[in-house]
Ligand binder design. Structure first.
Ligand code: AHG
Ligand code: MN
Ligand code: MN
Length: 333
């Protein structure tokens, strides 16, 4: 028995506060939660059910897909295509918009997701996760095209991520703060364990893939150099460093104890403005981080204000504890 609030109860109670809510959104969120439980089960069983390793295929971004990338994508589609809440889906792992099959009713929302984030970590048994974002379909659209998805992050109705770590955690925002739930495996329910998560404004912990250092721009070079200089440097204190290579794990850490995460603009591949994807990673995580009192920027502009130009567009990401993000932004000025 758990005495806490289940995610189902939480979502229904949130819905009651919204005037005129039809229950569609609640039901959509329930289907997403179910999909994450299924993925959590597959990640947890791993080699026992033969889901580790490469799928020997490439996604639209030219990355080799893992078996679990493909499986998680399928799980998300199967869980969410049938209920009649969606006018389309878009995923990091699919070239084009996923059309809701003709036998199913259509709905007013758009679902955007990164089915498995941090997939380079699957085979080494380090935390991975799922990121999702819900948008409203433009008025009258029941069969969404790519351009219907290209809405700034400020238009998100909901964003969340599941983290498949030592515990399976779900973090959610609908624009009214951030709440965290832990999956109680014995009852198959997420239970509210981290109400009203807040990111401390100050931090002495940063996260960046230092192997890209030679490609960074001057402002990021300066910021990291000053952190590394520690107590006797310009910052006057020592900094700690982490890099999990799973954005879900980094953002969860920042929600828990603060920190700054950077995948900045670099010159590694002149064709790419950054590594992380605006629609599947940067926007949903920015919504969560801002709702928890943190900040999120490309270094030059607020991520959620960007007008997306393509479904798979990449952007620089600097997010986390407000005062540190603002410092990095000020170095870009
Ligand atoms: P994905 O597995 O969905 O492709 O995302 C991986 C992302 C992100 O989660 C992480 O922060 C970053 O890529 C790691 O990049 P490096 O491998 O360059 O460290
Ligand atoms: Mn990802
Ligand atoms: Mn992914």
């Amino acid at each position: 028995m758990h005495n806490g609030t289940s995610i189902t109860q939480f979502i229904i109670e949130e819905q009651r506060r919204i005037k005129g809510a039809s229950g569609d959104f609640t039901s959509l969120l329930n289907d997403i939660v179910t999909a994450c439980k299924v993925i959590s089960g597959a990640v947890n069983k791993g080699a026992l059910i033969g889901v580790l390793g490469s799928a020997e295929s490439e996604n639209v971004q030219g990355e080799t897909q893992k078996k679990l990338d493909v499986i998680s994508n399928d799980v998300f589609i199967k869980s969410n295509e049938w209920a009649g809440h969606l006018a389309g889906m878009a995923s990091e792992e699919m070239d084009d918009v996923y059309k809701i099959p003709s036998q199913y009713p259509k709905g007013k929302y758009l679902l955007v997701f990164d089915p498995l984030d941090g997939s380079s970590n699957i085979d080494v048994n380090i935390s991975v996760g799922t990121i999702f974002s819900i948008l409203r379909a433009p008025e009258g659209v029941t069969d969404a095209k790519a351009e219907d998805f290209l809405q700034p992050g400020t238009q998100q109705v909901c964003a969340g991520f599941a983290l498949y770590g030592p515990s399976t955690i779900m973090v959610l925002t609908t624009g009214n703060g951030v709440n965290g739930f832990t999956l109680d495996q014995s009852i198959g329910e997420f239970v509210l364990t981290h109400p009203n998560m807040k990111i401390p404004a100050d931090t002495s912990e940063f996260a960046i893939n230092a192997s890209n250092q030679r490609f960074w721009e001057a402002p990021v070079q300066r910021y990291v150099e000053e952190c590394l200089a520690g107590k006797t440097g310009p910052r006057g204190r020592n900094f700690n460093m982490r890099w999990v290579a799973s954005m879900v794990a980094e953002v969860y850490r920042i929600l828990t104890r603060g920190g700054i995460f950077m995948y900045p603009k670099d010159t590694k591949d002149p064709g790419k403005a950054g590594k992380l994807r605006l629609m599947y990673e940067a926007n949903p995580m920015s919504f969560i981080v801002e709702q928890a009192g943190g900040a999120s920027s490309t270094g030059r502009e607020r991520i959620m204000d960007l007008q997306p130009e393509g479904l798979h567009q990449r952007v620089p990401v600097i997010l986390g504890s407000k005062n540190e993000v603002e410092k990095v932004v000020s170095y870009h000025k």
